[in-house]
Design a binder for this molecule. Structure first.
Ligand SMILES: [Zn+2]
Length: 522
């Protein structure tokens, strides 16, 4: 079994509390013309350097020298971040700026950044979060045995701000939403590392060991059930078995649970589609449609890394992580078009397209979790339909059986900046999956494929359970670097899931934060 070589995450970040000035020349790079209206920067520079001459230079060209920094600083560059007012524009400015900074080349892999002097601890946390995500390059080498790991161009980051490192670090641990910015970088990067991992490495066996390692690391904090190969039939998980049985790599189902709120017996269920490679099965895909099918495990990887983050952070919530892992392959025992298979729930399904396999394995994964645990709310993630991108571009499509779930998600979206859009799920879509010989069929009729897929999944949601289906087919990986995203896996969903599940705690903190900032601004 090949081992996944995980990168050593995150650069060394040190906060420098600087007010002294001396005579070392360093470059200031900047990305917009500074004019009178860029008040915060002017103020920020004046605050640090107390030099009016400097401002003339800065206004005159794209690159200027500053003769006034501490001479024992190991600077390569100082980059001036042109936030006009971080409190108004919040995370976006900090994140955009951090990406620009992380993509600069430096000779010694170190970088010093002068932050606007009015940056709060929250702003710095946002900046660090964005910086670390932008400072990551996935490489194919990272997944080879003993190969070079994915890289972090900047190894040392020095932040220059009036806030001291001690104050920063101690405050970071006092509020959940600051903790998230601090501690969720790792799970997001792990997810980015995992999703693009190619199917010759990330087989179902590889993923099983990956999960077993996680479980082992958590000891008795986490309970686990793993059901593999023909045992899936005994357990009644016939749809997962059917989809996976055509491959020499055995299908399996994994159910992990964590009880962070022992006085409550209700759980969130996070359910994910883990198709490690999707050929389409006997309804085989064309080569070009198959190219990116290593990412068809994106949903399961996302809920897995989110679950891991919940346990690592010790969040006060109960969570079940239910994932189904298969390779949808062509083989002598592949399931066929026209097969009728009974699901775990008992609903019979006529197979009309073996490439519509995601909804099949999810149906069993959702049913199992609801059968074994008291599920109050279930969020299911999958790279389910290619057609979603025609409607939504780089948005995650959302389907739900409760309007309230989506309105809460819209609040979360304002904080996490991960874009969602709700799509309809009505009788016209439910009609599309009505069966002839079985209860329902899995045809993906193309025209309203994303909604029809959601209608299929809805059959497996118990009435009392609040449910959302997130179709992440067009947001799990990206082919261009932009904002906090770099080419490869995006890590989409971890932040939104965590904020969503703990919204009653973090929303209070965010409200307090807003009140504090409003007071400061007055
Ligand atoms: Zn498929």
């Amino acid at each position: 079994m090949q081992k996944h070589v995980l990168m050593d995450t995150s650069p060394h970040i040190e906060i420098k509390h600087i007010t002294q000035t001396t005579n070392k020349a360093v470059f200031v790079l900047y990305y917009q013309q500074i004019n009178e209206s860029n008040d915060a920067i002017v103020k920020s520079l004046q605050f640090y350097f107390k030099s009016k001459e400097l401002m003339k230079d800065i206004n005159s060209g794209k690159q200027v020298k500053i003769y006034s920094l501490n001479e024992d600083d190991p600077f390569t560059y100082v980059i001036v971040q042109l936030a006009t007012n971080p409190r108004q524009d919040g995370a976006n400015i900090a994140r955009k700026a951090s990406n620009k900074i992380a993509t600069q080349k430096t000779e010694d892999n170190s970088m010093s950044v002068l932050l606007p002097h009015n940056y709060t601890i929250h702003d710095i946390a946002e900046f660090n979060f964005g910086f670390q995500l932008a400072n990551y390059r996935w490489t194919y080498q990272s997944i080879k045995e003993g190969g070079k790991s994915s890289s972090f161009p900047i190894h040392y980051l020095y932040l220059i701000t009036p806030i001291s490192q001690e104050d920063y670090l101690s405050q970071m641990e006092q509020k959940w939403n600051l903790k998230y910015l601090h501690h969720l970088v790792k799970p997001i990067l792990r997810l980015r590392e995992l999703v693009p991992t190619r199917p010759n490495i990330a087989t179902t066996g590889f993923m099983k060991n990956y999960i077993l390692d996680i479980v082992k690391g958590f000891g008795d904090k986490v309970t686990s059930t793993l059901i593999e190969g023909d045992e899936l039939l005994t357990a009644g998980l016939r749809l997962i078995h059917a989809v996976g049985r055509g491959s020499i790599h055995k299908p399996f189902y994994s159910c992990l649970s964590y009880k962070g709120k022992p006085e409550n017996d209700k759980y969130f269920a996070l359910v994910g589609k883990g198709v490690v490679f999707d050929t389409g099965g006997l309804s085989i895909k064309t080569t070009s449609s198959m190219e990116q099918m290593y990412d068809d495990k994106g949903g399961a990887c996302t809920v897995l890394e989110t679950f891991r983050a919940v346990v690592e952070l010790g969040l006060p919530i109960n969570v079940v992580c239910s994932t189904a892992w298969v390779e949808n392959s062509v083989g002598p025992d592949s399931y066929r078009v026209s097969d009728v298979i009974q699901s775990y729930k008992g609903i019979t399904v006529e197979i009309l397209n073996t490439d519509a396999e995601g909804r099949l394995i999810l149906a069993d994964a959702m049913s199992y979790a609801q059968d074994k645990f008291h599920i109050q709310e279930m969020i299911e993630l999958s790279t389910l339909t290619g057609i979603i991108k025609n409607a939504l571009g780089r948005y995650c499509g959302v389907f739900t059986n409760r309007k309230g779930c989506y309105s809460l998600l819209q609040k979360v979206e304002k904080i996490t900046k991960e874009p969602f859009w709700a799509l309809p799920l009505e009788d016209q879509h439910r009609d599309l999956i009505k069966g002839n010989v079985a209860d329902i069929n899995n045809s993906s009729s193309g025209r309203v494929g994303a909604s029809a897929a959601a209608a299929f999944l809805e059959c497996f949601v118990e009435k009392k359970v609040r449910w959302m289906h997130w179709d992440i087919a067009n947001v799990a990986v990206t082919d261009k670097s932009e904002g906090i995203y770099t080419k490869g896996g995006t890590g989409f969903g971890v932040m939104s899931l965590i904020y969503y599940m703990t919204w009653d705690i973090v929303s209070k903190e965010l409200k307090e934060l807003k009140e504090e900032n409003d007071e400061d601004d007055n």
